[in-house]
Design a protein around this ligand. Sequence first.
Ligand code: URA
Length: 323
Amino acid sequence: MEERLQKILSRAGIASRRAAERVLAEGRITVNGHTVTEVGTKADVERDDVRVDGVRVRPPQAPVYLMLNKPKGVVTTRHDPEGRPTVMGLVPAVAGLFPVGRLDVTTEGLLLLTNDGAFAERVSHPRYEVPRVYLAKVRNVPEPETIERLRRGVTVDGERLAADHVRLVESDKNAWVEVTLHEGKHHEVRRLLEAVGHPVSKLRRVSIGALSVRGLEPGEFRALTPQEVQALLKPGSHRRAPERSRVAARPRRPAHARRPGHSKGPGQAPRRAAGHGERPGPSGRSGRSDQSGRSDRSDRSDQSGRSDRSGPRKRTHRGRPQR
Ligand code: URA
């Protein structure tokens, strides 16, 4: 079937459609040996020899959508030049799989991984307002005015940062604050809270849209159900009802503030990656044939030579990745 080159690259998990337009304009795509630069050019990736920077674009694999409870100490990248453990070592080796967005190495919680570039683009783009909810343990207890300030927004290093919703969920000597954002600016939660005088000592992402990390222990993953994938793609499905009270005085600790794993949420059973019967060693390498991707979006141009296993498998080893 003939499709526009941007769509071919996006479906193959190589680049978002916008990024593909740039790749096209830069003359990096050939079809049957001829360089093409014209937006709108079509090809049939099953039949035609489509290449980016000389690397053959393969027809897309069946789409895979995983959610992982990323533990602390694991880097959100396909390959870490420093050799630290990466999230790829916790999930099955599916060709073209990459993490959607990023969590800091010291942040734990819900991370999506997919080989579907269009899905990743859709879920991460601020325009679609998919809410991400974080729980942050902060130094001291923020006053209601401080919570209000976070919602109004603060300027940090010349950048305007603001939370969609903020709620104090537990307060004692220190506090847990629930922060909802719909975009993924660098270290956004930490920078926001630090800027108002409450540095973060622990950070966990507890949900993305309707997906909750509940039911997954750190290091466990599961496949999304088709309904969960559809819900993330549905426009306007993420609007949140207005909060009645944004700041609770001394609320009880909500279920998702407790360590996840006490109750199993809906969806498929959690698993741990089997790899090749090995866990990531201290070097962080899983020992697979290819850890060649980079962490940014363009790294999807890695047409990896990974063994293309079809889906998640049960892990054979217990134990946590290195922290
Ligand atoms: N905001 C942060 O500061 N860190 C994360 O990992 C995610 C959001």
